[in-house]
Design a protein around this ligand. Sequence first.
Ligand code: ACM
Length: 638
Amino acid sequence: MNRWSRTAAILVCSLVLSQNGPAIAQAPTAPTPPTLDGLGFIPKPRQVTLNGSTYTVPSTVVIAAQSSDERNVADLLQAFLAARGVHASVGTMISGSAPIRLTIHNVDPLIGAEGYRLKVDATGVSVTANTGAGLFYGVQTLEQLFPARASDGNTLTGVTVDDWPAYSWRGIHLDVSRHFFPVAVVERYIDLAARYKLNTFHWHLTDDQGWRIAIAHYPRLTQVGSCRAGTEVGHDETQTDGKRYCGYYTQDQIRQVVAYARRRYVTILPEIEMPGHSVAALVAYPQLACAPGAFKVRETWGVSTDIACPTERTFTFFQTILDEVMALFPGRYVHIGGDEVPKDAWKRSPFVNALMKQHHLASYDAVQGYFTRRIEQYLNARGRKMIGWDEILDGGVSKGATVMSWRGTQGGIIAARRGNDVVMTPDGPLYLDWAQGDEDFEPLAICCVSTPQMIYDFNPTPAALTPDQAKHVLGVQGNMWTEYIPTADHLFYMLLPRAFAVAEDGWTPAADKRWSSFAERSRKQFARLEADGIPFRIPNPTARITGGESVVAENVHRSLNETELRPSAATGTVALDDLVPDAVIRYTTDDRLPTAKSARYTSPVAFDLDRTPVIHLRAVAVLPTGRTSAPTTITLRR
Ligand code: ACM
């Protein structure tokens, strides 16, 4: 079964199973609190109770904060409030009397290192946590409690929230080699991730198509390795645009981003690819190759057979780079890549063949294992932990290595069974460079489809693991490879709303996740992104079929731009809905794709299959700016 028919089969099953669902379409705008889903929290907190009160933040208010972490979080909240017309001053008074109280207690075992307790009642707001990170997450939840638009005022629903995450690793990745993004865009990306309680930013800084981090010892890496002469056009490896493309971060810029992330309790995981995906380094320093040649920074995508040779010169080179990287990035982990290392050059190399004899290495994969272990020892000796893509398993890794499972979940399962820690980031669904819906209606992507719901349905802990093995699953991460993502607008389109789903996979226990609740809660987040001018992907409208007996097509935005339904009665109606407040739905029934000028949907559309045996109902959601979703197509047949 191909991906489409499999997805369609899942939908048909869900139609059969969900016949007790509501027959009436929901109003197209967000319901007003108090309902728990209407509060719009993403990721879903552990425990939320409504206490029946409200609190209106006055136009001048005091935030009580004393320690440096409390003041850091208070300053961020102050900036949020300023954008809503509230003048907040941060005071160090004993917090009892202040209307907004931020407190780190250090004594609450239930909520752990990243949890928090938030209380909003008629007297004001209090957030308590054990750590700065927990306090920051409490304030993110508080910010989500405000009306999405500043113009809708600052009245908060009274709630008590006790919350803590399911996983300690909640990551988002960004490849800046295939396309380079300036500091301001990277900071915005981190800021958006942190809003949803993602805590790790994996910065893919080097690859065949460009070296993006200045290294003082090796200036040619950026002088030469940060530019390519052109960029692949479309999916045609024989064609490039012939335009010189350059970019890199100075060490001062890196320090700026590290500090920016740190204030938001985001740890940056730097990645320096080795021994493969290193063409940009070989261009700058060809003697790193087993057979030095005239290398060129790669202009097309894919995997290069030009890799670094496991010589002492290469070890010195990467270790020196890692020294500078460790000085810039304070996090515990360093990512050394390790993926997609064709061994052709090693097989041809007398040096590598002699090395294998000397060290009793039985295969070329074992040579990579030797390479990886030496680098790991270097990092460990300096107090850091090594992480690599799951290929590092092939050559044998030490127990201390952490594995990022990207070729599906199998590498992660193998690693966890061997006792290695694992981060789950399987290609499909956690590859955010894949299209978010029907590829006919999405910007050109590297391949394949990964919808928000596919990501949402992912459980980071495979059922195949025993409870002890499952303890090695640190968490989950969405990967943003940028071969086909050349601009910041496109980047944020690919990120959102899928980052909502990554965040909830990482924060909310699998047993508490419900797609329908998540979709409902996402309405408010869409309104907030819209108010902030972020070009997120607009979800397709959903459809509910009513007839003699009610059938609910809840999963239309799983990606199903084409969904065939056979209602049990010949007559009935189709109710359409969208998830974005302020969007209007436009639809057609005449086989043409709807546009912003098509008929406006105001009430359920009647059908009569006795008169018209096949009906195509197509609908799009259109924002006030004119931005339009991909179409949903419902085909109704007798
Ligand atoms: C990868 O996608 N090559 C890790």
